[in-house]
Design a protein around this ligand. Structure first.
Ligand code: GLY
Ligand code: MN
Ligand code: MN
Length: 428
């Protein structure tokens, strides 16, 4: 794997020109009081280094004579390691992770100026940690103060994300291996869920069985699993998962697996008792058709928005047929009168982050064009909350539709020829 990180670093270094880039690891996150969550590395930091510890900083200085890639890490400290786990330490970090030089994180303030003073700009994305933002800004301020004397130094602070995130948008074969594995595990979990979800069982039982599958394969939930039966399916981020399921309910499960930090994201909706009611069937058929037609637009060379627009059109046509909307198709779409039933987008980029990085638009006018190696979700839905308020002029919703929520979500890779659905192993 190390050669992959080196390739990514070289691609980044080439694009930095005379700038110096600073990336910071994720911090240890606190769950409550001093109890910590399992550590999850920052995705950008991991993508460039493969280094999986908190309290580290990576510096990229293509113009430096000796050290283009420098790591600052926690030093070895056997006493602390007994509590928090083993650390790679400075020496091994340099060797194992291919850094040209490595230092203790405690030396950051002392060493950083050497890598910044001849750069024409600092590439750093201001993050949530104000303390670290301040650290970077203070270094910059000091160099600005001596710029006149030296005639060199950074005169701009720039976000490195446009460079790095356009790289992350195109997955390499090695990344796709991990994404396929994350997809395969989640497929197995969803197929098991259909067996477990029966009238009388609880939503959390389904969640437990699915997350057991993730764990058995060395994975973990990619995000809080949504197991939403009955009217809960109309709450987009329902994660309580406490309800007892009943015959006649639909069950919406949105659960994905994280494996090697890469994610899958799958939603299926099915009747707990095995049979759709006519209303549930009607809504399901529309969503399924919307998804089918949306997936058919996932092709290289297609603008990003196209699959959403196609899904919206199919959904609006279907809701017009059922009398849940009325009026002119184009006007309903134009004025977004469908939004009480379909309020989210049809998908997002997928990768190291579930809602992965990368822009959706090239500029104000034009959308990103799909290219081989992009991975995205296709997830149309229809939600008819009991509290639904149709927009003015639209029909009142008959109670027989209340509480029906359907979403179908797959993970789709753009290929040279078209696309590959990574999660097609779960029936629809
Ligand atoms: N599970 C998060 C999403 O579908 O975007
Ligand atoms: Mn999802
Ligand atoms: Mn999703």
């Amino acid at each position: 794997m190390q050669h992959l990180y080196a390739q990514r670093r070289n691609a980044l270094l080439e694009k930095l020109n005379s700038g110096t880039a600073i990336f910071r690891s994720a911090p240890m996150a606190v769950m409550h009081n001093d109890v910590e969550y399992a550590f999850r590395q920052d995705s950008d930091f991991f993508y460039l280094t493969g280094f999986n510890e908190p309290n580290a900083v990576a510096v990229f200085a293509p113009h430096h004579e000796e050290h283009q890639f420098v790591l600052f890490v926690e030093p070895k400290d056997l006493e602390k390691e007994i509590w928090t786990g083993y650390r790679t330490g400075v020496e091994a970090a340099k060797e194992k992770y291919g850094a040209d030089e490595a230092f203790s994180i405690e030396e950051l303030d002392e060493k950083l100026p050497e890598y910044l003073q001849n750069a024409d700009r600092i590439y750093y994305r201001l993050g949530r940690d104000e303390g670290f933002n301040n650290c970077v800004i203070q270094h910059w301020r000091k160099l600005l103060a001596t710029y006149a004397k030296r005639g060199t130094g950074p005169v701009a602070l720039e976000d490195p994300s446009p460079i790095l995130h356009s790289m992350r948008l195109v997955k390499t074969p090695e990344e796709l291996d991990l994404m396929r594995k994350a997809a395969k595990i989640a497929v197995e979990a969803h197929n098991l869920a259909v067996e477990v979800a029966k009238p009388g069982r609880y939503e959390y039982e389904v969640q437990a069985e699915m997350e057991r599958v993730f764990a058995l394969h060395g994975g973990s939930p990619a995000y809080p699993s949504i197991v939403a039966s009955g009217g809960n399916a109309c709450i987009l981020h329902y994660v309580e998962n406490r309800r007892q399921m009943k015959d006649g309910d639909l069950l919406l499960i949105d659960a994905g697996c994280s494996y090697g930090y890469y994610n899958s994201d799958i939603t299926r909706t099915f009747p707990v008792g095995g049979e759709f009611t006519p209303e549930q069937q009607a809504i399901y058929d529309i969503v399924l058709e919307a998804q089918k037609q949306a997936i058919a637009c996932v092709l290289p060379g297609t603008p990003y928005n196209e699959y959403h627009d196609v899904a919206v059109r199919v959904i609006v046509e279907g809701l017009l047929d059922l009398g849940l909307l009325s009026g002119d198709l184009d006007e309903i779409i134009e004025e977004e009168k469908y939004k009480p039933f379909y309020m989210h987008k049809t998908g997002h980029w997928l990768g190291l982050d579930v809602h992965d990085v990368g822009t959706y638009k090239q500029d104000e006018e034009s959308w990103q064009i799909l290219q081989p190696g992009n991975v995205l979700t296709v997830e149309p839905g229809i939600y008819i909350s009991p509290y639904v308020k149709p927009v003015e002029g639209q029909p009142e919703v008959d109670a027989k539709w209340h509480g029906i929520g359907v979403r179908i979500e797959d993970d789709v890779l753009v290929t040279e020829e078209g696309c590959e659905v990574l999660t097609e192993g779960v029936p629809k």
